[in-house]
Write a protein that binds this ligand. Structure first.
Ligand SMILES: Cc1cc2nc3c(=O)[nH]c(=O)nc-3n(C[C@H](O)[C@H](O)[C@H](O)COP(=O)(O)O)c2cc1C
Length: 136
């Protein structure tokens, strides 16, 4: 099974999650500025909320995906107050004609002094376990 991992980060939290996910499934964590050139049965996509929505770069990245190359998107993230970007990502995935895995990983992420240190070691271990369970 071919697996790709991409993330968008502003303050480093999603990158740390992406590295835990990638290590768990034997892939490389790359920023979304790196196109998904090869076929991927699973594309783990790390992203978060910024001012109540996902970043325009994440939307553009999803729209740029070649649906004939991507099996499904698996969402993960660490928004600080809101719970999940899944619906926002799904809306873009629908437009791109790409399937969305119903399961996702979410933990709290540090933001302006709240949730200090998160994602922490426990969160990273949980993200890794989630990734392994999705890959099967
Ligand atoms: C500019 C900015 C705006 C944010 N707006 C929200 C928001 O509306 N809702 C929320 O739950 N978290 C919000 N956050 C918190 C981030 O989603 C959270 O800290 C996340 O872990 C950041 O991931 P990153 O370090 O990979 O960028 C915001 C963070 C930043 C930097």
């Amino acid at each position: 099974m071919k697996i790709a991992v991409r993330y968008y980060t502003k303050t480093g939290n999603t990158k740390r999650l992406a590295e835990a996910v990638a290590q768990a499934v034997g892939a490389e964590a790359l920023p979304i500025s790196e196109p998904v050139a090869e076929k991927a049965d699973i594309l783990f996509l790390g992203n978060s909320y910024y001012a109540f929505t996902i970043d325009p770069e994440v939307r553009a990245f999803i729209r740029s995906l070649d649906k004939s190359k991507i099996g499904k998107i698996v969402n993960f993230g660490s928004a600080a107050m809101m719970n999940s970007t899944w619906k926002k990502v799904k809306a873009e995935a629908d437009k791109a004609g790409i399937a969305m895995e119903p399961r996702e990983f979410h933990c709290k992420g540090e933001f302006k002094g709240i949730h200090k240190g998160k994602p922490d070691a426990e969160d990273l271990a949980a993200a890794a376990a989630f990734a392994k369970s999705v890959v099967g």
